[in-house]
Design a protein around this ligand. Structure first.
Ligand SMILES: Nc1ncnc2c1ncn2[C@@H]1O[C@H](COP(=O)(O)OP(=O)(O)OP(=O)(O)O)[C@@H](O)[C@H]1O
Ligand SMILES: [Mg+2]
Length: 258
């Protein structure tokens, strides 16, 4: 059965788009049929990270009712299928974001994994992308405000009957006094599907004119290896669920939940 996975976050810039692009390719390398969708229609980045910025028609045209979804599926690096969003500001007008779940449903029969990249926070486009998913993962950087905002996103997901199932901790080793994975798991009450270290190579990948995803260009750096491990876990390795409510985050949760 197809798995429709949306990677959301609280804070922006935590690494969702980087993860979606590289994880999708990693799953494809493991012989899965993969479609990546840029559902961050206001600040589209997925096509940039995949080096596909010149796609002539995009999901924006579909959401405006001017193209069919089948017409905006492109072949991306590593053989993944990709539905990009438009980079142009003009193209952001008159989009019916509520169509995202029904668009995704139309494509389920061709893939094992449909992975959606979405905007930070809990705006209309993020909610539509979470509603479309069978599983929502929350990407977190290991410091308190990133976790607090991730918690808010998780609660919002539950309020709209989306299904938060796990977290990914990204940019580990970058923050002073960072919070340990096991503590983030307790605060979020969601299992971790993996940690990705902060890696300068990932950040510097944007300095190049033609971007090649790191999982292809640098398959053996620690960040790429961590992403491959996440792909393996998604494919069925057991994940231990730990839950414990206490302290500051239990209090925050009670506030956000009101
Ligand atoms: N593990 C990592 N190590 C170092 N840099 C990283 C890592 N993951 C992502 N980055 C960098 O962080 C920046 C933000 O990443 P990305 O655009 O993927 O985040 P995002 O969550 O999609 O952001 P937004 O909320 O704006 O959509 C990029 O420059 C990216 O290269
Ligand atoms: Mg992004």
């Amino acid at each position: 059965m197809v798995r429709i996975i949306t990677f959301a976050s609280g804070k922006g810039g935590v690494g969702k788009t980087t993860l979606v692009a590289n994880l999708g390719i990693a799953l494809k390398q493991m012989n899965e049929k993969v479609l990546l969708i840029d559902a961050d229609v206001s600040m589209a980045n997925l096509s940039l990270i995949l080096g596909m910025e010149s796609s002539p028609i995009t999901i924006n045209d579909v959401l405006r009712g001017e193209a069919n979804i089948e017409d905006v599926i492109y072949k991306g690096p590593g053989g993944v299928d990709v539905i990009p969003a438009s980079l142009s500001l003009q193209n952001f007008q008159a989009l019916d974001l509520s169509k995202i779940p029904q668009i995704v449903k139309k494509l389920t029969y061709n893939y094992n994994f449909i992975i959606l990249d979405c905007a930070a926070g809990i705006g209309e486009d993020t909610l539509a992308a979470m509603a479309a998913a069978t599983e929502v993962f929350i990407v977190i950087n290991p410091y308190s405000l990133s976790i607090a905002d991730a918690l808010k996103t998780k609660i919002m997901a539950q309020k709209i009957n989306a299904k938060p199932v796990g977290i990914i901790v990204n940019m580990v080793g970058h923050y002073r006094g960072e919070i340990k994975e096991e503590d983030i798991v307790k605060m979020m009450e969601l299992p971790s599907y993996g940690m990705i270290p902060f890696d300068e190579v990932v950040r510097e990948n944007f300095y190049y004119k033609q971007i090649v995803p790191i999982i292809i260009k640098n398959p053996n750096i620690p960040a790429s290896l961590a992403i491959k491990n996440i792909a393996k876990r998604l494919l069925g390795k057991e994940v231990v669920i730990q839950t414990e409510k206490k302290g500051f985050f239990a209090w925050l949760k009670s506030i956000f939940g009101k």
